[in-house]
Design a protein around this ligand. Structure first.
Ligand SMILES: NC(=O)c1ccc[n+]([C@@H]2O[C@H](COP(=O)([O-])OP(=O)(O)OC[C@H]3O[C@@H](n4cnc5c(N)ncnc54)[C@H](O)[C@@H]3O)[C@@H](O)[C@H]2O)c1
Length: 343
């Protein structure tokens, strides 16, 4: 069986960790090197149980470190899947500097690393937020929609997409871009809408909803996103962009109400708060291309996926309580102290 070594950046975050778990299970011919700086969003507990997996290795490192990384990597990767990013819109409004550093300069550093190592494929994982906002009756985003990012986060991701495009056009570097809608599922940091609402409701705290709660997002279960990214990795075309969506547009307030109902909690916990500045009204994904070319269809319905996610947060209370208290950051020292590279 031929072996493929994949460098996954940001593999200790929400989507990266779900992708690594899914990939190691789905493909016995794949080995994974997880490169992650372990920022506040990186949590090795998301990968608990894989520490001694024969096809998994972890390297603590910063994607911005450029050529220093070449010597630190434990093996030469054949491919790269690039998730590492600063990902929270509210934090980007407070202070965009880390977003520019990691999402823009860091992505360029990973593109350069991939070129030096002559990898045969890189997937650059991006977001539908690069397209901007839609009105209620506008057609969904296609891959040729113009880039009109409205938050510093989205602007930094749009910049990284353009750098990936430039690497393909200038150097024929074999990179493919994915743009996905809002993910939900296990191991999502409880500052994002769905896990925040579940955790607050479980603690009997109020549920802060921005503005009138009628902002619309398209929701996809993280396992479907993982599968789509991997289809693009294995069967996508170099230089192409693929939208990935969940075919599940919902108003935020509807999502919050479903969560409250499924936990048997009252709507009186909802607290409307001042809207986020520049808050995009609606995102919607046209997934015709990935469906027609790669046969991708989301498998998890929003209702089933959300029910399972609520159950997961109920069953993994220790996980999110440790994230909220900051205790999760001691896990790295406990599990890996002194044994692994660190930058
Ligand atoms: N969450 C979503 O709904 C969503 C939707 C579409 C696309 N995306 C994209 O998917 C990717 C992953 O998102 P997520 O929600 O898992 O994010 P996350 O914030 O949960 O995880 C990001 C990971 O990147 C790591 N990281 C940050 N800066 C780094 C650096 N300089 N060097 C190395 N590692 C670093 C963090 O430690 C963390 O483990 C991002 O690129 C994001 O833009 C996310």
């Amino acid at each position: 069986m031929s072996k493929t070594t994949i460098l996954v950046t940001g593999g200790a975050g929400f989507i990266g960790s779900n992708y690594i778990r899914w990939l190691l299970e789905a493909d016995p011919a794949v080995s994974v090197i997880n490169l992650d700086a372990l920022t506040y969003a990186g949590n090795l507990e998301n990968l608990a149980g894989l520490e001694n997996h024969p096809r998994y290795g972890f390297l603590r490192g910063d994607i911005c470190d450029g050529s220093k990384l070449d010597a630190q990597l434990p093996a030469r990767p054949d491919e790269i899947v690039h998730f590492a990013a600063e990902s929270h819109v509210d934090r980007s409004i407070e202070d965009p500097s880390a977003f520019l550093r990691t999402n823009v300069l860091g992505t360029q550093a990973i593109l350069d690393l991939g070129r030096r190592l002559k990898v045969r494929r890189m997937v650059h994982v991006s977001t539908d937020e690069v397209y901007g906002s839609l009105g209620p009756k506008d057609a969904a985003f296609t891959e040729s929609h113009s880039l009109r990012p409205n938050s510093p986060y989205a602007a930094s991701k749009a910049s990284s997409d353009l750098l990936a495009r430039a690497a393909f056009k200038t150097h024929h570097f074999p990179v493919v871009i994915t743009r996905c809608s809002n993910n939900y599922g296990p191991y999502q940091f409880p500052e994002k809408l769905i896990p925040l609402m579940i955790a607050n409701a479980l603690e009997g705290k109020s549920l802060p909803v921005y503005g009138d709660g009628k902002n619309v997002r398209d929701w996809i279960h993280v396992q479907d996103h993982a599968r789509a990214v991997d289809l693009v990795r294995t069967r996508g075309q170099d230089g192409e962009v693929y939208n990935i969506g969940g075919r599940s547009e919902r108003e935020n307030i509807e999502v919050v109400s479903i969560i409250l109902r499924s936990l048997g909690k009252p709507d009186s916990l909802i607290r409307y708060v001042q809207d986020r500045p520049g808050h995009d009204r609606r995102y919607a994904i046209d997934d015709t291309k990935i469906h027609a070319q790669l046969g991708f269809v989301p498998a998890v319905s929003f209702e089933e996926g959300l029910k399972a996610t609520v159950r997961w947060y109920q069953d993994h209370r220790t996980w999110w309580e440790r994230v909220r208290s900051g205790d999760y950051q001691a896990y790295y020292a406990r599990m890996y102290g002194g044994r692994l590279s660190s930058s």
